[in-house]
Design a protein around this ligand. Structure first.
Ligand SMILES: NC(=O)c1ccc[n+]([C@@H]2O[C@H](COP(=O)([O-])OP(=O)(O)OC[C@H]3O[C@@H](n4cnc5c(N)ncnc54)[C@H](OP(=O)(O)O)[C@@H]3O)[C@@H](O)[C@H]2O)c1
Length: 416
């Protein structure tokens, strides 16, 4: 299972408590980013902003301050700059914006799924000022009604663009994560709950920073430069369709298990609940936030009503036509066998867990401001539709198939 870098305790984030619940539902999530530290080599990561780019940014700010003297309001066709936009979450944000008739421009390097959105304007460059063309294509007096940023690497990149667009964009929407909360002992975490301390990392390009610190510092960069014109969407595990060519590489634990046509183990734990957000619901809310000028932080967490682990798993079973029989086992048996909730069986957090609040985060603010939820079955059908050949699915974690088969045999030997 992919681990949160902070949890591994090997990062420089000493201020971050060692919470290991930065992985959700066993799908790429908060935790994608752990791997992002892996696939960008240290020596390639700039630690300081390139001086020329920095000066260019400052000059553009000066030029743009005049250009931005009046916004045309948030009604009608808005000009939205999408930083990124072509991996998992981004395409849904782009689609949601285009679906409302807005004009979208993408900024990225043109490497990830470059075939997407042929009709949309594309600016090319790199978020890192010292790589490739750097962010120079953004460094113009052009103004925007909103910038959407999905960045999850060095927070210095968010700091740079948030500073650049503070005088040139009406709103800056930063896609963040519940991983920015300090801990999950409490039930009903709200947007005012204690956060990770990352203020000293806002402009950092330090490749050692863990995911949670990077995301929190990214939030603070956006808020610091745009104040209440920043909108921070703290998402829990995001479900739904992945348009990426490598979607099979990031399939969720449950998709992998339920599509395998083999018996699978599920804890029969009536008190366990699960939270996730459909990527389309998140994207719709992000565009709402732009249109309605919603500022501040929002927990973007579903579903509307508490979802038990039992119902979550049953919905997976229905979505896959029951092709993998469920072997329900008692939590006591799993404890005896040394099976760890969440690490070995993603999505399972027993009620008695030391961090029961991880799946009991409050979405009251977002609901009040218009967040709505698609049925879980639709989310799961979308996820399945984005996957290719089930035989080539790779799950990001959980126990191995061999271990699971052994457990099923032991359970059945005991008469289960
Ligand atoms: N999945 C979950 O369950 C979950 C949960 C909570 C929060 N989140 C958050 O959701 C976000 C998901 O991001 P996503 O990957 O799906 O976003 P995305 O916007 O769809 O894709 C990432 C974009 O970044 C661009 N990019 C990558 N490196 C770049 C660089 N150096 N310079 C310029 N552009 C670059 C990529 O294009 P190029 O490669 O072509 O440049 C791609 O378009 C993350 O911030 C994550 O923290 C996810």
């Amino acid at each position: 299972m992919t681990q949160c870098a902070d949890a591994a305790g090997s990062t420089t984030d000493s201020a971050v408590p060692p919470i290991d619940r930065c992985k959700v539902n066993g799908r790429k999530d908060i935790l994608d980013t752990v791997t992002s530290d892996d696939h960008v080599s240290r020596e390639n990561r700039p630690r300081t902003m390139h001086r020329r780019s920095f000066l260019l940014s400052l000059s553009a700010i000066g030029l743009a301050a005049t250009a931005c003297s009046g916004w045309h309001g948030r009604r009608g066709r808005l000009r939205i700059l999408m930083l990124g936009g072509t991996n998992f979450v981004g395409p849904h944000l782009v689609q949601a914006a285009l679906g409302r008739g807005h004009q979208v421009t993408l900024f990225n390097r043109g490497r990830t799924n470059p075939h997407l959105f042929p009709e949309v304007e594309k600016l090319r460059g790199d978020r890192y000022p010292d790589r490739g063309e750097g962010p120079g294509a953004l460094d113009t007096p052009r103004t925007w009604d909103a910038v959407i940023d999905t960045w999850q690497e060095a927070p210095g990149c968010v700091d740079l663009t948030a500073r650049m667009f503070a005088p040139r964009a009406e709103r800056y929407v930063y896609i963040s994560s519940i991983a920015t909360y300090r801990g999950f002992r409490d039930i009903g975490i709200t947007e005012g709950s204690p956060m990770i301390e990352a203020a000293g990392r806002v402009g950092s390009f330090d490749s050692e920073l863990g995911y949670r610190t990077r995301k929190r510092a990214g939030e603070q960069a956006a808020e610091g430069h745009l104040g209440d014109r920043a909108t921070v969407l703290r998402c829990t595990s995001i479900g739904g369709r992945n348009f990426s060519a490598d979607a099979n590489e990031h399939a969720s634990y449950w998709a992998t298990r339920f599509l395998a046509a083999e018996p699978l183990i599920v804890p029969d734990d009536p008190g366990a609940v699960v939270q996730l957000i459909d990527v389309k619901d998140m994207a719709r809310f992000a565009i709402d936030a732009i249109e309605k000028s919603l500022g501040g932080a929002y927990n973007v967490v579903g579903p509307e009503q508490p979802l038990s682990l039992r119902d979550y798993v049953r919905t997976w079973s229905e979505a896959t036509s029951g092709r993998s029989p469920i072997v329900w086992v008692t939590p006591a048996f799993l404890a005896q066998q040394g099976v760890r909730p969440f690490d070995d069986i993603p999505s399972w957090i027993p009620e008695s867990d030391s961090e029961p609040g991880f799946y009991r985060i409050s979405n009251a603010r977002a609901r009040r401001d218009g967040l709505t939820f698609r049925p879980l079955a639709s989310t799961l059908h979308d996820e399945i539709a984005g996957l290719g050949d089930p035989a080539s699915l790779r799950t990001p974690g959980g126990m191995s198939r061999e271990k699971e088969r052994e457990l099923i045999e032991s359970w059945q030997r005991m008469g289960g």
